[in-house]
Design a protein around this ligand. Structure first.
Ligand SMILES: Nc1nc2c(c(=O)[nH]1)N[C@H]1C(S)=C(S)[C@@H](COP(=O)(O)O)O[C@H]1N2
Ligand SMILES: [Mo]
Length: 197
């Protein structure tokens, strides 16, 4: 019997898929954080979904672990032009956190431990397009990459995937987050190069 080592799970590095315009492929996993890595332990971790009328819905670590998680393999695209293909995560679809929530809001601001924020249309977090992710490549998510829990929204530039996620607030109007107040695009579609506004 003979074995052929192909690596990359049989996929050619470089992929057979195109990258969004202006992006290059990287094999390593750069860390991009504004500010220090907050120390968040799972024992004290909570996720709060707050509606536009101020009603809070909370989940702790045990509750998160009891939810139905998915394994997802996705490509990620940073506005600083690196893309990484076939990244493998485990997380709970954001849909699950909004099922019981009554809202008329169309927009969300994701809040992080440490103070980072980023805004998204609510629809972009639904229909299995975004996850509350807690594992990466079969390991607990490393603190530098947002552990214990980050948002994963791979169809938008990666600054929308808030690390150290602690809350989602619902809003009737689009409220720019940290980078969006500093010139980044309000929406951030990598396929139409919505980098800056
Ligand atoms: N809380 C928080 N989330 C964040 C950031 C940050 O500085 N703080 N940086 C964003 C940016 S610009 C990118 S490209 C990705 C980087 O994630 P990584 O460090 O796991 O590669 O996280 C995003 N989420
Ligand atoms: Mo980024």
């Amino acid at each position: 019997m003979s074995f052929v080592t192909r690596g990359f799970g049989g996929r050619r590095p470089g992929g057979d898929r195109p990258l969004p315009p202006g992006q290059y492929l990287t094999e390593d996993f750069p860390v991009l954080s504004f500010g220090p890595t907050p120390q968040v332990d799972t024992a004290g971790w909570e996720l709060t979904v707050r509606t536009e009328s101020g009603a809070d819905h909370r989940w702790d670590w045990a509750e998160l672990q009891a939810m139905e998680a998915q394994d997802v393999t996705v490509d990620i695209h940073c506005v600083t032009r690196w893309s990484k293909q076939d990244t493998r995560w485990r997380g709970v679809p954001v849909d699950a956190f909004l099922e019981e929530v009554e809202t008329a809001a169309d927009f969300v601001v994701a809040h992080s431990y440490g103070g980072y924020t980023t805004n998204l249309p609510l629809d972009d977090l639904l229909d299995g397009r975004a996850w509350v992710a807690f594992a990466y490549e079969d390991e607990p998510l490393a603190p530098v990459h947002g552990g214990p829990v980050r948002l994963l929204v791979p169809h938008l530039y990666f600054w929308k995937s808030a690390k150290w996620l602690r809350g989602l607030t619902l809003h009737l109007e689009d409220e720019p987050g940290f980078w969006e107040q500093n010139g980044y695009h309000l929406y951030g579609d990598p396929w139409s190069e919505q980098r800056y506004s």
